[in-house]
Ligand binder design. Structure first.
Ligand code: MN
Ligand code: MN
Length: 474
């Protein structure tokens, strides 16, 4: 091989040294897919949790078993201590105390556990045409037509008059019934199919069919509606009024599955952004004795603008860090100034069926590893955290040192649309932040596609980030 290398012309040598080589991961590491398979199995199990509440409920017992203790305000934690913090059952924060004091900053990553879905309206139940339905109000950015006639499952929490909450989950178990929204048959849809796509389905038509059998009592007016309430009451003890104090939603009932003859991809609902949630979660669990305190956050409400006490515009995560630092007499602003944050979220993978939406030199490709997005936003870089050269350089050195292949990605061609991430909510606190995730096909659709190799490499990237002992000199 050496003699072959010597045969290279001066121009070829220069090319090797000076030009960026976009290497396909599969070419450089043919065995990587096999390596990523076991990770894919764990990831699919994680994806069976479809809402932020279900993710939090799933992780807490697991981390407790691994020695994570619930955060206690006022405790002076020591290096290696493992802590969890549960904010309202929707945000989970995990932390491992580093060898360095908190005054040297933390290595923090944030990913959102909420995904687009169909929330129930506060007064959802109605009967019409001898059928019973739930009315919905869509959550996040969806193409409504994609949610018609797909299998749906019901998830959430109902708080009863006595203050107790019951958890609802129907349609995920194979023995459960399913739900769906009906659509007009093509034969009678001449008018519908000639409408622009965003008008073809009205949000008020997104009613979930839940039953068609009445109770046997001639004296009752809405017999089917009453029968539905009877079933729900028997199973969960709820009355119609209890919907007023509920958070219920419908999610696609699809099970996470392998995609492709080669099983190289994952097809599942909610991979935006549970793919990043799982990568940072597993990476943190696999982190031992980090130099800097390692912190992982599951965010909520990202898909609707990060508002409310569980969204990243809330102070919950900053308060946690402030409380963590307080016993050492370190102020939060000094912790944040020295810290670095990975805002972990997905990006759009180039789709050959819609090449006009992408700029291939700067958009991300499925199977080329995690995607680092210097900026997101729209138009003239509005609403973006634009990571500095120095911050990009810091992350680049971590990934390159750990030999994790990665790519950069812009969200589509300039001016075709755009979108943001929680990086803006984080960096406003003078915390250096950078976006990293994986490319996704059909983002926000009921079934999204990622590459197993990208998913696995994101985990490796996160692990390298938490383990990095290199001080931030920015
Ligand atoms: Mn996202
Ligand atoms: Mn999203």
């Amino acid at each position: 091989m050496a003699s072959k290398k010597d045969d290279k012309s001066a121009g070829q040598k220069m090319e090797e040294k000076l030009l960026l080589k976009q290497e396909i991961v599969a070419t450089a590491s043919p065995g990587l897919l096999d390596e990523a398979m076991a990770y894919g199995e764990e990831y699919k199990a994680f994806l069976c949790n479809k809402t932020e509440r279900e993710i939090t409920d799933y992780c807490i017992p697991l981390v407790k078993k691994l020695g994570y203790k619930e955060f206690k305000y006022g405790t002076k934690y020591k290096a290696g201590d493992k802590i969890f913090f549960n904010n309202r059952g929707k945000n989970l924060i995990l932390a491992i105390m580093g060898k360095q004091p908190l005054s040297e900053g933390v290595r923090i990553s944030v990913a959102h556990a909420d995904s687009p879905r169909l929330d129930f309206k506060p007064n959802p139940l109605f009967e019409s045409t001898d059928m019973a339905y739930f009315k919905t109000h869509y959550y996040g950015g969806i193409k409504k037509y994609q949610w018609m006639t797909i299998p749906l499952s019901l998830h959430g929490v109902v708080t009863l008059k006595n203050g107790k909450s019951v958890t609802v989950r129907i349609g995920e178990d194979d023995s459960d019934p399913l739900f769906c929204i009906s659509d007009l048959l093509p034969h009678l849809a001449m008018d519908q199919v000639s409408k622009p796509m965003n008008k073809a389905v009205d949000a008020e038509q997104m009613n979930i069919l839940i039953g068609s059998w009445p109770i046997d009592d001639e004296k009752v007016k809405e017999k089917i509606k009453l029968n539905m309430m009877r079933i729900l009451n028997e199973k969960y003890g709820i009355e119609e009024k209890d919907f007023l104090s509920a958070e219920l939603c419908a999610c696609p009932a699809y099970k996470p599955r392998d995609l492709g003859l080669d099983r190289s991809m994952v097809a599942a609902y909610g991979q935006d952004d549970k793919v990043c949630c799982f990568a940072q979660y597993k990476a943190l669990l696999d982190t031992k004795a980090p130099e800097f305190t390692a912190v992982m956050v599951f965010a909520d409400k990202e898909e609707t603008g990060s508002d409310g006490p569980t969204g990243m515009r809330s102070v919950f995560w900053k308060d946690f860090l402030e409380d963590l630092a307080e016993p050492y007499g370190v102020s939060i602003r000094h912790v944040l100034r020295k810290s670095i944050c990975l805002s972990c979220d997905v990006n759009a993978a180039v789709d050959p069926s819609w090449p006009e939406a992408f700029e291939p030199r700067n958009c991300s490709f499925l199977g080329r590893g995690p995607v680092v997005s210097k900026y997101t936003g729209a138009r003239g870089k509005y609403s973006t955290n634009d990571a500095s050269a120095e911050v990009m350089g810091y992350l680049r050195s971590i990934l390159d040192d750990a030999e994790v292949p990665w790519q950069v990605g812009e969200l589509g061609r300039v001016d075709v649309g755009g979108g943001g991430t929680i990086a803006v909510e984080i960096s406003v606190h003078n915390l250096d932040t950078i976006d990293m995730g994986v490319p996704v096909l059909s983002m926000h659709a009921p079934m999204e596609v990622t590459s197993k190799v990208d998913d696995y490499l994101l985990y490796k990237a996160m692990k390298a980030f938490f383990a990095c002992a290199k001080p931030k000199t920015i």
